[in-house]
Design a protein around this ligand. Sequence first.
Ligand code: NAD
Length: 361
Amino acid sequence: MKLNIVCIPGDGIGPEIVAEAKKVLNKVAKVYGHEMSFTDVLMGGASIDAYGVPLTEETIATAKEADAVLMGSIGGNTVTSPWYKLPPNLRPEAGLLGIRKALNLFANLRPAVLYEELSEACPLKKEISSAGFDMMIMRELTGGLYFGERYTTQENGIRKAVDTLTYDEKEIRRIAIKGFDIAMKRRKKVTSVDKANVLDSSRLWRKVVDEVSADYPEVTLEHMLVDNCAMQLVRDPAQFDVILTENMFGDILSDEASMVTGSIGMLASASLNDTKFGLYEPSHGSAPDIAGKGIANPIATILSAAMMLRYSFDLDWEADAVEDAVRNILKKGYRTVDIMSEGCSQVGCKEMGDLLADEIK
Ligand code: NAD
């Protein structure tokens, strides 16, 4: 397969971790006989330094021509970096919002996996975490409360603020289809999360998800209220495969799910549009405090690259190979400093990339 991948190394540890992900992808290409080309473009602080803006039309055009985009992360120290003296629309994060909009990325995917070898980092009790868990949160990214009409006013001297939560059936259907498609590649279970006992938007959400489920007879669908889901995530996380939910509920639940894994350097993510195209990036930020020290954990970015292989290119074996390599290297006791524990061997960012690439045979 011929694959054209655009890379946005970004700021802070971004260039270090993207270099390791490329190393692993190059090894996958070699072992499985694919042709991968990488084009680097600037975004965020690096783009501000070069062009005065966090996202250029050229970066957008190059990304649109790619089969997928792999990103490190963007931004700097929000207190000391001169980027944060700029108006908000010219700061590094504006580049991220801009590219998501330009590429119509409406579906956010965040896996939360508890690796047996890292179970000590999990803040849950042993009897809960010992079963491990492996779930995928599918969050709608461009609708709902964060994009509805909002205003603040005063009525009879009383201040009042209004936010509106709107979804139409088209928005719900397209994210539901993505959720069921992802479930078909996993354990074939979807938990759709809403607040249908109170909200009209949730009642429509539930109806449309039911309609979409008719096209996926192999997938088991359950509906769960968001308050119950927040509780179940810490009571019995192993019950979940794909959690499908709207923007604000997903924002909160995906942070909760990632916290129960306990390891920020391990968390991948993807944002997808209605084709196979996606932007893949670690969930963590640019970690300016450790940039340039060679100690960043590249695994979240490498697992994001595995998601790219699986969801944009349908290369499931290749994605499995990368994920297996991560498991094997953890089993062999290699750790970067953020996940280090007694008796393990500490390695740097580059060494971790080398170990993972070598593991793909
Ligand atoms: P952060 O995720 O960058 O760092 C939080 C802590 O986790 C730091 O101590 C850091 O050293 C550590 N850490 C993060 N990733 C790590 C890794 N791969 N290996 C080892 N340790 C790691 O969050 P922050 O400090 O709040 O934000 C720093 C910058 O990143 C800010 O400018 C913020 O806006 C930006 N940010 C960008 C994105 C993105 O690009 N999508 C996401 C979140 C934050």
